[in-house]
Design a protein around this ligand. Structure first.
Ligand code: NBP
Length: 478
């Protein structure tokens, strides 16, 4: 009568994941560096299922069924290495360590390689949904060997969120760091979604002249349509909330400085290395960063510019409809960029990512869960080789219909001096993809001028260089 699985690291996430497993009928060994947390878990929630508290690593490992399966839910980084260093020597060939923390996928690749050499399976599992998700059903993105996934599948599928069609929000994402890579891109998309909703709010507030309560109503209406998503719902909840202390809208009582833990930044850093333009995510990361530069903002507060003027009620209503179009179109672009990044990562790191299946496991449990993701799943089901989501016939038609309003909203933001970098960057990306000719021709010619970096021509094959410093004849450079 040994435990089915073990969880070590019993802060908010680990504790709730262990409870989720126990409530699903598994017997769960629980362990934490500081044993007080282990005792607290069993005292408070012991009645929910079968927990086996262990004070030492050895006791913990010895209490697990073979092959042993243990999940570590400790702080990402050095703590994860410390846990692996402590537990790996106690394990045997075929045992499985699952890292459910927010590790960087490059660390996961390294850890997986090191443990594989010792015959131990290492599964880097991205887990999204926060504390509540861990307890009631997160979206789980496991990467590692297929064999390790198979041994975990019933448990993971049992505790994961379920999509509307009943399917569990987890799948074998790919080998080694694939799960944590996919989780990272999920978080990047989450940043972009939040930024776009923020821009919609800003425009509705300052141009439409709506109160936070009115905007909450608008968001609730949108949430009943194609923008239906957890983040839309959360935004409406926050905007409808009144601050107990001041009686003012809660959002006005919060300092306008957005923080970040780093997964958005990792997404952008990795995208730069892969050469993938994820401008929506990058603008979102920069916008958070800018908001925190209070000195810079104070020093710039008197700079000249237009003051937003609120419009009349009828115009405001029409404008709100346009903002819905702009938000939807920009969201579509940022998802297209995110999926481009998934494809590029798969190619670079040799993962066989199923792009539709990733959309499917984000339909529930995770922070970006939304009705929209089922359409992305369907787009890849119809054409697994889809070059970009924007090329899907339905999405292309929708963005085509939205673009007039999208441009109007971006122009309004510019005219009123309201920063909307997410809307604008998405539109610039869309227009750059559409453009027959890009000024990149001039850029490449400049590079050839000052650095002899050569160029190709539109009319013949080959590599060319112009003797800019001499008689400007063109020579072959290949
Ligand atoms: P924390 O990220 O705050 O980590 C606290 C846990 O790490 C405690 O159990 C602590 O043990 C343990 N730990 C540390 Br710190 N250093 C250790 C070491 N050297 N050896 C062993 N254990 C060590 O917990 P969390 O917020 O529950 O998150 C857990 C993981 O899940 C993180 O990787 C996080 O990024 C990820 N995640 C969090 C969320 C969320 O919403 N919070 C969502 C998705 C993923 P102690 O009790 O002895 O100090």
């Amino acid at each position: 009568t040994s435990a089915d699985i073990g969880v070590t690291g019993l802060a908010v996430m680990g504790r709730n994941l262990a409870r989720n497993l126990a409530r699903s009928g598994y017997s769960v060994a629980v362990h934490n560096r500081t044993p007080a947390r282990t005792r607290a878990l069993v005292e408070e929630f012991g009645g929910e299922g079968s927990f086996r508290p262990a004070e030492s690593a050895k006791e913990f490992v010895d209490s697990l069924k073979r092959p042993r399966r243990l999940i570590t839910m400790v702080k990402a980084g050095e703590a994860t290495d410390a846990v692996i260093a402590e537990f790996a020597p106690l394990l045997e060939e075929g045992d499985v360590i699952v890292d459910g923390g927010n590790a960087h996928f490059a660390d996961t690749r390294r850890r997986e390689r090191e443990l594989r050499e010792r015959g131990i399976h290492f599964v880097g599992a991205g887990i999204s949904g926060g504390e509540e998700g861990a307890l009631h059903g997160p979206s789980i993105m496991p990467g590692g060997s297929a064999e390790a996934y198979d041994s975990l599948a019933p448990m993971l599928e049992g505790i994961a969120a379920k999509a509307d069609d009943g399917s569990p929000c987890t799948t074998h994402v790919g080998t080694d760091g694939a799960g944590h890579f996919v989780k990272m891109v999920h978080n990047g998309i989450e940043y972009a979604d939040m930024q776009l909703i923020g821009e919609a709010y800003h425009l509705l507030r300052d141009v439409a002249g709506y109160s936070p309560g009115q905007i909450a109503e608008v968001f609730r209406t949108w949430n009943g349509g194609r923008l239906d998503s957890y983040l839309m719902e959360v935004s409406a909840e926050v905007l409808a909330h009144t601050d107990a202390g001041t009686g003012a809208p809660f959002v006005d009582a919060v300092a306008d400085r957005a923080e970040q833990k780093g997964t958005g930044r990792w997404t952008v850093q990795t995208a730069l290395e892969l050469g993938v333009p994820v401008s929506g995510i990058a603008e979102a990361v920069f916008a958070r960063s800018l908001s925190g530069h209070t000195g810079l903002r104070a020093a710039s507060a008197a700079l000249p510019g237009p003051r937003a003027e609120a419009m009349g009620t009828d115009a405001a209503g029409r404008f709100a409809d346009q903002v819905e179009q702009a938000l939807y179109a920009s969201k579509l672009v940022s998802y297209a960029q995110g999926w481009h990044m998934l494809r590029a990562g798969a190619e670079e790191y040799g993962w066989d990512l199923d792009l539709g299946a990733i959309a499917a496991i984000w339909r529930g449990g995770c922070i970006i869960r939304a009705a929209f993701l089922d359409r992305i799943r369907a787009a890849y089901a119809a054409d697994p080789g889809l070059e970009t989501l924007l090329a899907d016939a339905d999405f292309a038609a929708e963005i085509g219909r939205a673009q007039g309003d999208w441009r109007a909203v971006a122009a309004t933001a510019l005219r009123h001096g309201i920063p909307a970098p997410g809307f604008s960057a998405a539109l610039a990306y869309y227009d750059a993809l559409r453009a027959g000719r890009l000024p990149a021709a001039l850029t490449q010619a400049q590079r050839d001028f000052f650095g002899a970096h050569t160029y190709s021509r539109v009319d013949r094959d080959g590599v060319f260089h112009t003797l800019w410093g001499g008689d400007r004849t063109e020579e072959r450079a290949d």
